[in-house]
Design a protein around this ligand. Structure first.
Ligand SMILES: [Zn+2]
Length: 292
């Protein structure tokens, strides 16, 4: 399995004028994106065709929006390109009625609905940036209104000089191996019967390896060794970067915390429970373990 599949998205702050495809507009409401319904398939809408139907619904999220952010009446932001298309994102109101010929799709179901895992990454980036925008309209230090900077993706406060960049929250996720078995756990918030890998946010002052060891110790009570980097993946719900590791079982008996994790077991590849989809790095790693 190609662990890097779905990498059509190239993040950028300013538009590359050499892009030859039509401009796309990712219009996101809460965790849903507005897709064009072509009958046989769903597509990201072209910016021109969506602009006119959306203008009246766009959230008035900033009274003093940077002029560069307003185009055709929309508060939108360039986020990079996807297979030659310049991509913009905008937040739309929850009150919007779905325009004719369009359809709302849950961001987490974009791959299964379109067959293109890259759109999941692209729309995740849009969700991440829109979340960051909505959280930083006012300065966290002095409370004054912020303004979008024109030379980089950041908000600046003219009053106190504070500059706020998009926050990315690092987290680790680990495949724990013991011979021909992998440790999978059922989290309290998972769908019934779903098992996945151990994951958690990195604490201030902590290395990634220390985070792996701590999360595993806290959640399932065992020690691991030979921690090795595997891959990484943005997880933009709303702002994580998942860093995936493989570790070998060292010692201890499984003892779940009963707070986050309510069950954990060792599984062989031929006897797996329900596992996450390949949109998540967990789903990719568990399939990698099976094909090893
Ligand atoms: Zn300030």
């Amino acid at each position: 399995m190609d662990i890097m599949d779905g990498q059509g998205y190239i993040p950028a702050f300013q538009k590359n004028e050499k892009l030859e495809g039509s401009d796309w507009l990712l219009a996101i409401e809460n965790r849903r994106i507005l897709m064009k319904n072509l009958g046989e398939k769903l597509c990201i809408p072209e910016r021109a065709e969506l602009t006119s139907v959306l203008t009246k619904y766009i959230l008035d999220e900033a009274a003093e929006v940077n002029e560069n952010d307003i185009k055709d009446g929309l508060i939108e932001e360039y986020i990079g390109s996807y297979n030659g298309h310049a991509c913009y994102c905008t937040r739309i109101s929850e009150q919007i009625e779905c325009p004719e010929g369009f359809q709302f799709v849950d961001l987490r179901e974009l791959t299964s609905q379109t067959g293109d895992p890259g759109l999941f990454i692209l729309s995740g980036a849009a969700n991440h940036i829109l979340h960051w925008r909505s959280m930083n309209q006012y300065c966290g230090r002095c409370g004054h209104k912020t303004k979008g900077k024109t030379d980089e993706r950041a908000f600046a406060c003219d009053h106190c000089g504070n500059v706020v960049y998009p926050r990315i929250s690092p987290a680790t996720i680990t495949a724990i191996l013991r011979g021909d078995e992998i440790l999978l756990a059922h989290n309290r918030n998972f769908a019934p019967g779903l098992y996945s890998l151990i994951a958690g946010y990195v604490e201030p002052g902590e290395s990634l390896e220390q985070c792996v060891e701590r999360e595993i110790q806290e959640e399932v009570g065992i020690k691991v060794k030979n921690i090795r980097y595997f891959s990484s993946q943005p997880w933009s719900f709303p702002d994580s970067l998942m860093m995936a590791f493989i570790a070998e079982y060292d010692s201890g008996e499984i003892d779940v915390d009963k707070v986050e994790i309510i069950d954990a077991k060792w599984f062989r590849a031929d006897n797996l429970p329900l596992i996450p989809s390949t949109d998540s790095v967990a789903g990719k790693m568990i399939r990698w373990f099976c094909e090893r």
